[in-house]
Design a protein around this ligand. Structure first.
Ligand code: NAG
Ligand code: NAG
Length: 346
């Protein structure tokens, strides 16, 4: 009693391995995409309640927004930075945001965590061993490579890579010592996924942080400490305003099409990523294309979507680079300095 049209389709299908191949491919992709989701659901979602969170760079920008968000969801939050005035103001905000100020405790530690000793002392001052570390400290001093001096590169190394390294090292040691199966979240950047004019003292450090995250994700399986790496694009923070002061015109023009996000939005997306169990976390779709296209063999965020995004990224991003980024750089050739003042070879 079947319809003649159906018969025809069936007959056509029997003779067409392509259709079976295609159907099998789609089915496989769907299954592969759903499996990690089911796994992630089965594993326990990370919840801020009853967590002891340490946040470096917690007195402003992303770090502060994250501190407020996690406090509002029940975590005990300790922030670390150097400037006591800023820390005090930040702590007030965190207390205000707190879900139940009576049962949660929040504190600040004034420390320079860009050295191993400084980071060790800071972790020691925590009232309890942190079970979660967010490394939000960092900053850029954009400029033309040939115009920058040794101290600019050294500053990038210290402020970005070394700070993340030292705080992670000290906290992970304390976690292991206390038998805490914790979590460490490193903050890289969109320019930790591709290099761009003007960021030579910053982008390589963000690549290094990504490398550290990949290494420790593997190594910390030994201790059940989980690692994530966050790649924000432009964040409307005090750090961003400082960057604007030295940013070359050419870089400003390339970033003109960029839509900056507020620290609060970034903090919310970062928390979402952590809760979804994503290893590489992004907070906008453009950065996510870069992530998927350059992710290598790091754990992805869903097989099927990552496959589609990486194909799309491999096509769309080089087009953007050629017709947008590189074209703008070439347009600015005439205004690039031709010599370094005070650096003549006499
Ligand atoms: C958070 O702080 C409160 C108050 O000091 C304390 O009773 C509680 O045990 C802390 N929570 C965690 C997870 O350490
Ligand atoms: C890590 O977790 C696994 C599975 O839950 C457990 O069997 C193992 O003892 C833990 N290892 C350490 C070093 O805590």
């Amino acid at each position: 009693m079947s319809h003649p049209l159906l018969e025809k389709v069936r007959a056509a299908q029997q003779g067409n391995p392509l259709i079976y191949g295609l159907a099998f491919g789609i089915l496989l992709a769907v299954v592969l995409n759903i499996m990690p989701l089911l796994n992630a659901r089965a594993k326990k979602r990370w919840m801020p309640e009853r967590k002891n969170v340490l946040i470096t760079g917690g007195s402003q920008g992303l770090g502060l927004a994250l501190a407020e968000l996690l406090a509002s969801k029940g975590a005990n939050v300790t922030i670390v930075a150097r400037n006591v005035d800023k820390l005090e103001q930040a702590l007030e905000k965190i207390k205000k945001a707190s879900a139940s100020p009576k049962t949660q405790s929040h504190a600040y530690i004034s420390a320079d965590v860009s050295t191993f000793n400084g980071a060790k002392q800071a972790v020691k001052k925590c009232s309890q061993v942190p079970d979660t570390l967010f490394c939000c400290a960092g900053g850029a001093k954009p400029g033309h490579f040939l115009e920058q001096e040794e101290q600019d590169f050294e500053m990038g190394l210290k402020m970005d890579y070394w700070t993340a390294l030292a705080s992670t090292h000290a906290t992970a040691r304390a976690m292991r010592e206390a038998g805490v199966e914790g979590k460490i979240v490193l903050v890289s950047s969109l320019v930790g996924l591709f290099g761009l004019v003007g960021y030579s003292q910053y982008a390589p450090m963000k690549y290094a942080i990504r490398g550290l995250a990949e290494t420790l994700r593997s190594e910390f399986l030994l201790y059940n400490i989980t690692v994530h790496c966050y790649f924000p694009a432009t964040i409307l923070s005090p750090g961003f305003e400082t960057e604007q002061l030295t940013k070359p015109h050419v870089l400003k023009e390339i970033e003109k099409s960029d839509v900056p996000q507020t620290p609060a939005v970034c903090a919310a997306r970062l928390l979402q990523g952590v809760q979804k169990g994503h290893f590489f976390i992004t907070s906008d779709w453009q950065t996510d294309l870069f992530r998927a296209a350059t992710g290598g063999v790091a754990p992805g965020n869903g097989c099927f979507m990552d496959f589609c995004k990486s194909r799309l990224g491999r096509i769309a991003l080089p087009i953007w680079r050629i017709f947008e980024a590189d074209a703008i750089v070439k347009k600015h050739r005439t205004e690039a300095p031709t010599s370094t003042p005070g650096a003549s070879s006499s």
